[in-house]
Design a protein around this ligand. Sequence first.
Ligand code: FAD
Length: 401
Amino acid sequence: MTSLDDQAADVNDAIDTLLSQFPPSRTDAKAFWGAQFDAGLAWVDFPKGDGGLGVSPSHRELVSRRLAEAGAETWNTTANILGIGMGAGVLVTHGTQDQRKRWLRPMFTMDEIWCQMFSEPGAGSDIASLATRAVRDGDEWVVNGQKTWTTLAHLSKWGMVVTRTDPDQPKHRGMTYFIVDMEAEGVDIRPLYQITGEAEFNDVFFDDVHIPDDQRIDDVGAGWRVVMTTLMNERVAIGGRTFPRSDGAVGVAMDVWNESGSGDVATRRELARLWGEVEAFRLTTLRAAENMQAGVPGPEGSTAKLAWADLNKEVTSFTVSMLGFDGATIPEGYSLDPTTYDTREVERVMSPQRAFLRARANSIEGGTSEIMRNILGERVLGLPGEPRVDKDLPWKDVPRG
Ligand SMILES: Cc1cc2nc3c(=O)[nH]c(=O)nc-3n(C[C@H](O)[C@H](O)[C@H](O)COP(=O)(O)OP(=O)(O)OC[C@H]3O[C@@H](n4cnc5c(N)ncnc54)[C@H](O)[C@@H]3O)c2cc1C
């Protein structure tokens, strides 16, 4: 294993070559992302050939920083966050070589958007109680059931779906994980509206949807371990993103403060306190990244997610309060057409007012803050686990509402 410094030198060389062969100002975004993938700079910690260079995940920050400084388009990582932030980690950890080859590159180039279908009307925090059924039929599986809160389902080509394949097993053991074609017959996607007025997520109904067995991820009945990989990656994708110093929500707060021309000492002091908290969070996230293994982040993802959810709410609330009466309305209008909802557009036009409303979801999406605290209590602090009375019962015998 080469030292972190040697690895950084290799990553810097690869970035220099990429930028000289594909200058961002003269290269179309998709072509650039394709070249970035081929250069091993999509997820630097992934193996060579899978969009990586096989180095420590801590070098991801170096890549993002240098590409942003060079003016490269990086919005694919937010617009396709369920794929690039989560699906990729799943494929590299549990996928076959064919699956990685088939899906990773078009995911990174944004040719194929991904979504994640875990939550159901009766299964959220306790995802292992899910009821969507998959039944084997030769070389295929037939899926029936309902998923909900599926972010970006309406824009997606592929969806990660976890299903119940053996109801006689205890709930954690009878699940199997698939990648489903969101354009397949029997997939019905219906928009759900949020407090922001947009329909970023959806209900998804499966009515005899056929999934080829070669789109199964890992073994039959091994769905829970793939779920865990997905969720660990999700928490990092949501909470572990490292913005440059003074960027993101706190950067917006600073802009609003500067534009207000206010000399109010109490407000300035509060802004300085929040800036310090955000900076401490940023540095902690960078340090945690050095301990991560490729593909499977540990509980540090839950720490980051929990801390970021609170902090983002605090900063966006502060910004809106500085706006006074103007903070009560959304300047860009309340609603976007749900059929054209696009994270790229939203990222670019998101006002502080809408960011404030959107931040309410941070402590729910990707696992609630209560669940993050449970994980930290049990897995980091070693506290006794919650009572789990249905853990060993066959899923079909567990009472459900
Ligand atoms: C913006 C947004 C996007 C989302 N995108 C997706 C997506 O793309 N795919 C997907 O599958 N899901 C998605 N979700 C769903 C999200 O993962 C769930 O909402 C979340 O896991 C909580 O589940 P629930 O809503 O069923 O609440 P419940 O699990 O019913 O929880 C209700 C309340 O009880 C608390 N609670 C539950 N169990 C415990 C416990 N053991 N200890 C302490 N407190 C507990 C919770 O913290 C919460 O406050 C999204 C949600 C949001 C808000």
